[in-house]
Ligand binder design. Structure first.
Ligand code: QAP
Ligand code: CO
Length: 173
């Protein structure tokens, strides 16, 4: 398995709309394993293929307490959604930034598993937020897109400052 580099906002590659996965084969399963390694190592609770510069409709997540419940969604489709909830979200592509986002509270999703078998799942709360957040990536959207233009500008500024400080730190070392 290998850890993959994660693209960070505002990289324009995060705007790519991912194409459906044509075949769930060994190469895709290797990518899935690498995405899990990348996500757990970060650590994070969700990762879309877009974030590792692979523009195919695939996401992985694990919202369990023990980090022992990996879930894969290939070609995910939202069949139904209901209600609303506000959750403080973060993103491995927007490090150090957290903001409230309003999304559906309950969803039904259909996808393929790592063997190409279709399944349906009802989700609510954090799992629903995570699935919707990751499907947004596959459609070229990032959670900061839901913020006001002013807050989004502040996010860009804060990220630029963090990167400058990190670069200075590594210069000094
Ligand atoms: C998406 O997010 C998500 O800023 C997954 O410095 C977030 O794994 C779904 C992370 C909230 C539902 C609710 C973020 C790690 C991880 C950071 C993540 C950071 C280090 C975010
Ligand atoms: Co994200």
């Amino acid at each position: 398995m290998a850890k993959l580099p994660i693209i960070e906002f505002p990289d324009p590659r995060l705007r790519t709309i991912a194409k459906p996965v044509a075949r769930v084969d060994d190469a895709l399963r290797r990518l899935i394993d690498d995405m899990f390694e990348t996500m757990y190592d970060a650590p994070g609770i969700g990762l879309a293929a877009t974030q590792v510069d692979v523009h195919q409709r695939l996401l992985v997540l694990d919202v369990s307490e023990g980090n022992d419940t990996p879930q894969v969604f290939v070609n995910p489709e939202i069949l139904a959604s209901d209600g609303s909830q506000v959750y403080q979200e973060g993103c491995l592509s927007v490090p150090g930034i957290y903001a409230d986002v309003k999304r559906a509270n309950t969803i039904t999703v259909r996808a393929l598993d790592r063997h190409g078998q279709p399944f349906e799942l009802s989700a609510h709360g954090l799992l629903a937020v995570c699935i919707l957040h990751e499907i947004d990536h596959l459609d070229g959207r990032v959670f900061v897109d839901y913020l006001s233009p002013l807050k989004k500008a502040l996010v860009r500024k804060k990220l630029a400052k963090q990167r400058k400080l990190a670069a200075e730190d590594s210069d000094a070392a």
